[in-house]
Structure formats: C-alpha cells, structure tokens
Ligand binder design. Structure first.
Ligand SMILES: *Cc1c(COP(=O)(O)O)cnc(C)c1O
Length: 379
C-alpha cells in the first residue's frame, strides 16, 4: 500500500475561481498565471479547468511547451521574457508572447531572425524595483521596440508591490499612467489582489488584461484582512493524510524532537503521515500559540510538537470532546483543503499560523506526494 498521503486538485473550484475572477473584471481578458507548475498544482492537472482563460502566463519555456503539448493554441505570455538570446527561437517556434523588461532583451530581439514578428509586453518599473524600465527610459524603449521588424504589437505592463496591503496601488498607477500616456497598446497591471480589491470600479486598473494567479487557486491574497469567504473563492487543493498511530500521554510526557510539547494532562495525540519532506511547513506551530490547525475526521484540532520529516503529531482532545471517542487508526487527516465530511480548512489559515503565505505552501508540495484530480467536488 502506498504511504497514505495525497494531494487532491479540485477542478470545480478552479473553474469557480476563474469565473469569480472574470466577474470582478468583466471587460478584461484574463491571463491564468500557471508559473511554478501552476502554483504546485501541476499544469496538466489544472489545464482542463482553466482553459476557459484567455491566455496562460508563466516563466519557463519548458512549461510553455507543456501547454502547447496539451493542445493550447491561444496566447502564452512569458512574464520575465527571454533569459538569453536563444530563448527567442523558442518564442518563435512556440508562438510565445514575451515580456521585455531591460535593454538587453531589446538588443536580442534586434538580432533575432524570425519570419513572424513577436508580440511583446513592455514592462515599466513603477516602484516595485524588480523588473522593468524606469519611467524616464520607458518611452525610448517603446520607440526602439516599435522600430524593430521583429516586433509586432507592443503591450504595456507593470506590477504592483502593495495591491494586497495598506499602501495600495494609487502611487504606482499614477506612475504608470504618466509613463504610458499616448503610447499605443493594450495594458496589463493587475495581479489577483488588484483584481479583487481595486479593479472592479477602476477601468484603468482592470485594463485590457489581468494576471490572476493566487485567486484562481482559492487563496485570499490579503488574508487575514480578506478571506476566501469574503472573496467567494474555493480551495483548489486538499492535502490529506491519515493517522498512523495514537499515543496516550500522562501529564508531563513530551512529544517529538526537542520535547517541545509537554502534556498538561492525561490526553491522546495522533501521529499523522505527513511531514516537512511532503511540503508541510516545519515551522508550523511556531507563529501562533494556538498551534497550526488540522482536521481529524473533519474535526478541527492543532499540531503539537515539532513537525518531523515524515510525520507530525496532533492533539486529539478536541476530537474526543466532539465525538466522545478517539478516532480510529487510518482516520482522515486534512492538512488543508476539504474533508470528506465537508469541513474546510483554508490553506491561508495554515500559512498564517506558520508565518508564511499560501503561495509558498502550494508551491512546496513535494514530488513524493501523489496527486489526483477530482473532476467533481465531493459533497
Ligand atoms: C506571479 C505574477 C502574477 C500573479 O500574481 P498573484 O498574486 O498570484 O495573482 C502576476 N503578474 C506577475 C508579473 C507575476 O509574476
């Protein structure tokens, strides 16, 4: 029998979240961002549910190739563009649209031999200071690109640093609007947080294309201020395991490496077939005194003791309190996502309790975890 751990991808939830994204910005086209192997879900596992998007955005040419092999003929955008001159060959061959964020990428284009001119997205650094041309260099970059026979349409792009937070996007929108006035081309500025929080009443923020990632995967980018219920998003990934063993503790007994948990009373703990080598955060249990939440048979409890490579341990007192009995060996443990009972544990809660974000947890699902796609959601 394979080790009892499983990641389940929920196709219905992906479809729901895509239509929620569209409803926020009904006049925009939607890039489904599937970088990092679809945020850890697997490009092949999300493709069917997300093919209703207008395009796919990612970073890796190998991932773009996989999308073409799956049969996607629509737009694919490389969010960081070419990493070297030879990448432009792949852009020609696979018909990829690509970001241009620096002068070297324009130099490469100028020497690239292609039958078909490329669609490019010229990136403005409007304050994030990662990729893009500074405002005073933006217009001349556009003019240079526009003169190249290798270039077809030029679209305009920037990225927000604080769409999910208090600082907001107004300062960057002002920079973008000023730098791009009079420049022809479709615009794309919004990530998920901007789509949810800022775009609905602002046509220039929704603009022509939005780039939605995390919202498609059911996480609220502004958790805990916003959450999946507020934004009407559904969890797209369940990580589930089982109880491998139960231990009965006397007061003063300790659990796991470093003996960090000390039983305050007679109690039982459950040993779960999931550890940090599966992608579960080792620092779970660190950030909040209440411990990182888990569901045992759909009942909410928490991690106690240190997370180890292949196992973690959970407090069974809440299960006994709810049920009047201990769970059985092999009982379902949901680390995040949906329980067979219908109970949901948001990945955002687990991330928050572990001092990280849902993005990191999704992307960190380890290769040893088997993945199954659930076409229809469990009741
Ligand atoms: C990853 C990424 C996105 C998507 O961000 P989310 O917060 O997941 O919506 C959008 N634009 C760019 C340039 C990105 O790199």
């Amino acid at each position: 029998m394979p080790r009892p751990i499983l990641a389940t991808i929920h196709s219905d939830a992906l479809r729901h979240n895509l239509s929620r994204t569209r409803a926020q910005v009904p006049n925009a086209r939607v890039w489904a961002v599937v970088k990092a192997n679809a945020y850890g879900h697997g490009i092949e596992n999300v493709y069917d549910a997300l093919r209703g998007a207008d395009g796919f955005a990612l970073l890796d040419i190998a991932e773009a190739q996989r999308l073409r092999q799956l049969g996607w003929r629509g737009p694919i955008l490389l969010l960081e563009g070419a990493f070297e001159l030879r990448d432009l060959e792949w852009c020609s061959r696979l018909d990829l649209w690509h970001t241009v964020h620096c002068a070297e990428q324009i130099d490469w284009l100028a020497t690239h031999k292609t039958q078909v001119p490329h669609r490019v997205f010229l990136k403005l650094n409007s304050g994030m200071n990662r990729l893009g041309f500074k405002p005073d260099a933006y217009r001349s970059a556009w003019t240079r690109l526009n003169a190249l026979p290798q270039v077809d349409e030029i679209s305009l792009m920037t990225h927000f640093s604080d769409a999910d937070g208090a600082r907001g996007i107004a300062h960057q929108m002002a920079v973008f609007d000023a730098a791009s006035t009079d420049l022809a081309g479709a615009r794309t500025v919004s990530n998920s947080a901007a789509v949810l929080r800022h775009a609905p009443n602002a046509p220039t923020v929704a603009a022509d294309w939005v780039r939605a990632g995390i919202a498609l995967y059911g996480s609220a980018p502004d958790f805990p201020h916003g959450d999946a219920a507020l934004w009407d998003l559904q969890p797209t990934m369940t990580l589930s395991a089982q109880l491998l063993a139960l231990q009965h503790l006397a007061p003063g007994d300790t659990v796991g490496y470093g003996s960090t948990f000390v039983a305050p009373e007679t109690m039982a703990i459950g040993v779960v077939s999931c550890g940090y080598a599966d992608g579960y955060p080792r620092h779970a249990n660190g950030a909040l005194d209440a411990g990182t939440p888990v569901l045992v048979d759909g009942i909410r409890t928490r991690v106690v003791g240190r997370v180890s490579m292949d196992m973690l341990t959970v407090d069974l007192r809440p299960v006994v309190a709810a049920r009047g009995a201990l769970p059985a060996m092999g009982a379902e443990v949901v680390l995040w996502g949906r329980s067979a009972s219908g109970a949901v544990l948001l990945i955002d809660e687990v991330a928050y309790a572990s001092g990280t974000v849902a993005y990191e947890l999704m992307c960190a699902i380890a290769p040893r975890v088997p993945v199954q796609v659930a076409a229809v959601d469990q009741p």
